[in-house]
Design a protein around this ligand. Sequence first.
Ligand code: C5P
Length: 250
Amino acid sequence: MRYFVVVPAAGSGRRLASSSAGLADVRKQYLEIAGRTVLEHALAPFLADARCARVVVAIAPDDARWPVIERSLADPRLCAVAGGVERADSVRLALAALHGTASAEAWVLVHDAARPCLSAAELSGLVTALQLHDVGGLLALPLADTVKRAAPRAGRVSSNALAQVDATLDREDLWRALTPQMFRFAALTEALSLTSLAGRVPTDEAQAIEWLGLQPQLVAGDARNIKITTAVDLELAAALLAARNSSPAG
Ligand code: C5P
């Protein structure tokens, strides 16, 4: 079995910027943990996997860091394309670079550039769970906390401003979507093309697949597979990667 990888890395990192003034001018995938960028950590488990045939990274058109990283990684499976306005546009443009290389049924794994803690074991767990599946699916985690919906607030309020509870949701069937998300090349291409034509913006690949009327499989992931959104996440990721590197299993 072999698979292709798409890494959307064309975001501006605005959420990190707004939560941490000191880091404002660095795209979050270029923040460093233990001497390597978040993006390099995110790519590492794929580049270490012989099943990975090609990795397409979607970058912002004005990104000056990527060429330096691509040269230093020196892996012939790596290439880059210019990303789009939304994450889904970036994924769609990266998929276009696989036309002629990936067959209609080939598996494509989409992984956020801002998730540096994906382990080889978690990646293999996803691939093993889904490789015979018709549709594909995604890593996800059942919600552990009670979930509150805040009452709508008038005007623009910062995310950590006080809010009032409108309702408590039933968390019984709720999961948090992680990445990688793994779908067939043709189905994912069709799903993202249709949403783009319709002017709809899915928040992840799975939602675009759901809009085709298909049901992605949820595969239990690892709570350590965090996304860097705030400065606290960066501290957590550094601690998690240090713990992994010092454990006997590596
Ligand atoms: O902003 P958020 O954390 O949801 O971004 C998730 C991933 O999507 C990040 O790796 C980011 O770089 C990427 N992205 C992208 N193109 C955009 C917006 C986000 O590739 N237009």
